[in-house]
Design a protein around this ligand. Structure first.
Ligand code: HEM
Length: 429
């Protein structure tokens, strides 16, 4: 029998799993079950071995708070990513720490603020209407694929501003293969592997983003609020390589997540005609609390990322255990979002759990699908506006049904998605 390795004395209890691979297979197969089983055995802090390193897992709102805001000096965001992500994207907001991160976030903030998003809303609305209209032309629609295309167009608009169609199409074409390689455990360029294809796509993406930067430098508008223009204004001497990494990071983070969550929302609504009907009634009023609760409930039950990893750059003590420097640390959104002590019937999709007088979701760090603390998702407002517009367009003009007998079990990487992609039939009302 293969030997499981135990963590050193004084460190949180748990198992490092098998030599070399640790427990990565169990985590990737089902991050929720992985955390629930170990929480039952060891409590809210335990050790495992993931991404080639020992890893401490901090659970529950207290663990989320510790990692996301209370003790950030112990953690590096950059050191929490796998090698494939670092090699393919290289830098960008999620992959930097300290002052460099804070400066970059400060520069980018106006692109994701209310004023900029308000200005873009008509264009976003047009993209949504044009995309959904094309769904009528086929018998079956794969939600994930179509919503990825839509979310990519929206992310491109916000991140890069107006982009010439041939460049936009080329970027879009290469992004799927690029994304598929971001989490490969063995990032070596062996032909025909996902990492190899991602590397090839990455080269073309870098070249096309390079053209776009060149064009934008020639026609930079003083009041433009897209991320690329803001970055060029802030530091005209920033190298193309740095700029391209930032754009790649924003484009990836800004479309895969939105497509994932919207896919699950459409699936849930197709199964809940009563909520669908109430949403339609609500659209004719000035109150949008049910739509807001649907978004939060989808974030709770179907978070696009199961949690977040950090590198431990300074050893720390937590709950009487020692966590050494050089380990990974992980918080688990998916576990917190299904704790029976926080959520009544946690496996059920029930937006009304957020309606008064319920207290569900009120405890700080109990709903962390967008992270939390100083590095909460910078695209939160954009994601919310975009999701609201898509759902309102669907509710106002379309009926949709799930294709029967499809496999809706989640796959978790690169983002949480149904195995089937979410197949629907759709008609105009
Ligand atoms: C449903 C949509 C989205 C979800 C669920 C989501 C989720 C998250 C989460 C969980 C984090 C924190 C990760 C951590 O703690 O390690 C994060 C950070 C981030 N997100 Fe999002 N995100 C979404 C949409 C977007 C959009 C639309 C953009 C931009 C176009 C974006 C850009 C980013 C960036 C750049 C960060 C890093 C922020 C920093 O480190 O300062 N996200 N997101």
């Amino acid at each position: 029998m293969k030997r499981h390795i135990a963590p050193p004395a004084g460190c949180p209890p748990g198992s490092f799993g098998l030599p070399l691979i640790g427990e990565i297979r169990e985590w990737a197969a089902d991050p929720l079950q992985f955390a629930q089983e170990r929480a039952q055995r060891y409590g809210p802090i335990w050790s495992t071995h993931l991404l080639g390193r020992p890893c401490v897992v901090l659970l529950e709102p207290a663990g989320n708070r510790f990692m996301l805001s209370q003790a950030t000096q112990h953690f590096s965001w950059r050191a929490g990513w796998g090698r494939a992500m670092l090699r393919l994207i290289g830098g960008g907001l999620s992959l930097t720490d300290g002052q460099q991160h804070d400066q970059q976030r400060h520069i980018l903030k106006p692109a994701f603020a209310h004023a900029a998003l308000q200005q873009l809303q008509p264009q976003i609305q047009q993209l949504i209407q044009a995309q959904i209209q094309t769904w009528l032309a086929t018998d079956q629609v794969c939600l994930l694929q179509r919503l990825q295309a839509l979310a990519f167009d929206v992310a491109l608009l916000v991140v890069c501003g107006r982009t010439p169609a041939p460049i936009a199409e080329a970027l879009h074409h290469d992004f799927a293969a690029f994304t598929a390689g971001l989490f490969t455990p063995v990032p070596y360029p062996i032909p025909a592997t996902p990492y190899y294809r991602a590397q090839q796509a990455g080269r073309r993406l870098r070249q096309n983003l390079g053209y776009l930067i060149e064009l934008r430098r020639l026609s930079l508008q003083p009041d433009a609020l897209d991320s690329l223009s803001l970055l060029l204004h802030a530091d005209p001497h920033q190298t193309d390589d740095q700029l391209i990494s930032e754009l790649l990071l924003l484009l990836w983070a800004g479309h895969d997540t939105v497509a994932s969550l919207l896919t699950w929302i459409c699936i849930e609504l197709a199964q809940q005609p009563e909520i669908l009907q109430r949403l339609r009634q609500e659209m004719n009023t000035n109150h949008h609390s049910l739509l807001d609760h649907v978004l939060r409930e989808a974030e709770r039950l179907h978070p696009p990322a199961p949690g977040g990893f950090r590198g431990v750059v300074e050893a720390f003590e937590y709950a009487g255990y020692h966590v050494p420097q050089g380990w990974l640390a992980m918080y688990s959104s998916v576990y917190t979002h299904q704790m029976p002590s926080l959520w009544h019937n946690p496996t059920q999709f029930n937006p009304d759990r957020f309606a008064a007088p319920s207290n569900e979701g009120k405890q700080a760090y109990s709903l962390v699908g967008f992270g939390g603390g100083p590095r909460i998702c910078i695209g939160l407002a954009l994601a919310q506006i975009e999701m609201r517009l898509v759902i309102r367009e669907l509710l106002a003009n379309y009926d949709w049904q799930l294709v029967p007998n499809q496999d809706l079990r989640p796959v978790w990487l690169p983002t949480n998605q149904p195995r089937s992609g979410g197949l629907i039939t759709i008609q105009r009302i």
